[in-house]
Design a protein around this ligand. Structure first.
Ligand code: WQD
Length: 343
């Protein structure tokens, strides 16, 4: 019999890639999504890639009674992976209440519905943003967390604190938080990828949209940081590598391999690349010139972030194996297919 996993936000960027990996590893998947920042078309695309159509339920996780009813119907699920959240850093600064409500009500309603229905495993989509400005590199899971710059980031930090309390108070309930560094790239099929609504905040979609002609030029936010070329350094990670880590986290929970009821793992490659490194690699991979200009620093940007990856390797048996060039070429492929389809 297939193990059932509920995936909230399963139509989104990282969610959809994880659903594909789960199906390919023989899990039955139930997607809960309100499509507020994703498209129903993703379901058909997942089916095209895997040959299996996941169960889809359109639901706003802020609606507690509805969440309970759905979890009751799927109480044979063994674990939940929680991707459902708003994630635009800048928007969260302007609309903090909307972010706290959406991201935290969804989490609380999911956890209480799990409790009610005896679904005892939980995987949380967290972020390296909880480390704030790190005082030590590479960042290990033991690095202290700081209040993130944005309300978005703070919802991730608060969510982890809630999970810490909840797993302590709830016997048998186990959770894993996965702290992503900078996810980019797309599935090799070119059928699923990142679909930012409006003007992208993140570097990679901004680059590909500029190259395809939707944006006039990329603004590089500052070249006076204390790094090799003055631009900030990040740990970019292929979304498919990231997705595979979720399957391993589910297995760790189902096989009762956890050493503590609440575990935290960094998901990164351990390698840092500057903004100019990414631009140069993009130009090399696509054999084209990118229109960009150096401008002011963006408030809240940290000079340098990259992960220590040992813990995920040792405990989850996971490490990233896709290169920056593979990340860039798959993002580019996705962008081109997307635009060809929209025209
Ligand atoms: C990377 C670098 C920018 C855009 C954010 C969130 C984090 C996570 C991932 C998402 C920085 C520079 C960017 C542009 C630029 N969450 N840049 N011009 O800020 O590391 O992390 O996204 O859900 O929580 O904080 O990623 O891609 O925005 O920026 O120069 O137009 O690219 O200054 O140095 P960031 P990013």
């Amino acid at each position: 019999m297939k193990h059932k996993v509920i995936v909230t936000g399963g139509c989104g960027y990282i969610g959809s890639h994880t659903v594909v990996e789960l199906i390919e590893n023989n899990y039955e998947v139930v997607i809960l999504d309100d499509l507020s920042n994703s498209s129903i078309e993703t379901i058909g695309r997942i089916e095209k890639i895997t040959g299996v159509k996941p169960i889809f339920i359109n639901i706003d996780l802020k609606e507690e009674a509805k969440v309970n009813a759905v979890f009751k119907e799927h109480k044979d699920a063994l674990a939940v992976i929680n991707f459902a959240a708003y994630k635009a850093v800048g928007e969260s600064v302007n609309k903090p209440i909307m972010y706290y409500k959406n991201n935290l009500y969804a989490l609380l309603n999911t956890l209480s519905a799990q409790l009610e229905n005896g679904i005892n495993g939980f995987i949380f989509s967290s972020s390296a943003t909880v480390y704030g400005t790190p005082n030590k590199l590479p960042i290990t899971e033991k690095n202290e967390t700081q209040r993130p710059f944005s309300p978005y980031g703070n919802t991730k930090k608060i969510a982890e604190e809630i999970l810490d309390d909840f797993t302590k108070a709830t016997e048998n309930f186990t959770a894993i938080s996965l702290r992503y560094f900078n996810p980019i790239g797309a599935h090799e099929s070119g059928l699923i990828g990142e679909l930012p609504s409006g003007i992208p905040n993140n570097l990679m979609p901004y680059i590909t949209q500029t190259a395809v002609g939707i944006r006039e030029k990329l603004m590089v936010y500052g070249n006076d940081y204390p790094t090799k070329d003055g631009t900030p350094i990040r740990d970019y990670i292929h979304v498919v590598d990231l997705a595979k880590a979720h399957v391993l986290a589910v297995e760790r929970i189902l096989n009762k391999k956890q050493e503590e009821n609440f575990e935290i793992f960094n998901l990164g490659t351990g390698k840092g690349f500057s903004v100019l490194d990414v631009i140069n690699s993009f130009e090399e991979v696509t054999n084209s010139k990118l229109n960009y200009e150096i401008t002011e620093r963006r408030p809240g940007d940290v000079p340098e972030l990259y992960a220590a990856t040992d813990l995920a390797k040792e405990k989850l048996g996971w490490s990233a194996n896709k290169t920056l060039n593979e990340m860039i070429s798959s993002s580019w492929e996705w962008e081109q297919k997307l635009r060809a389809k929209l025209q």
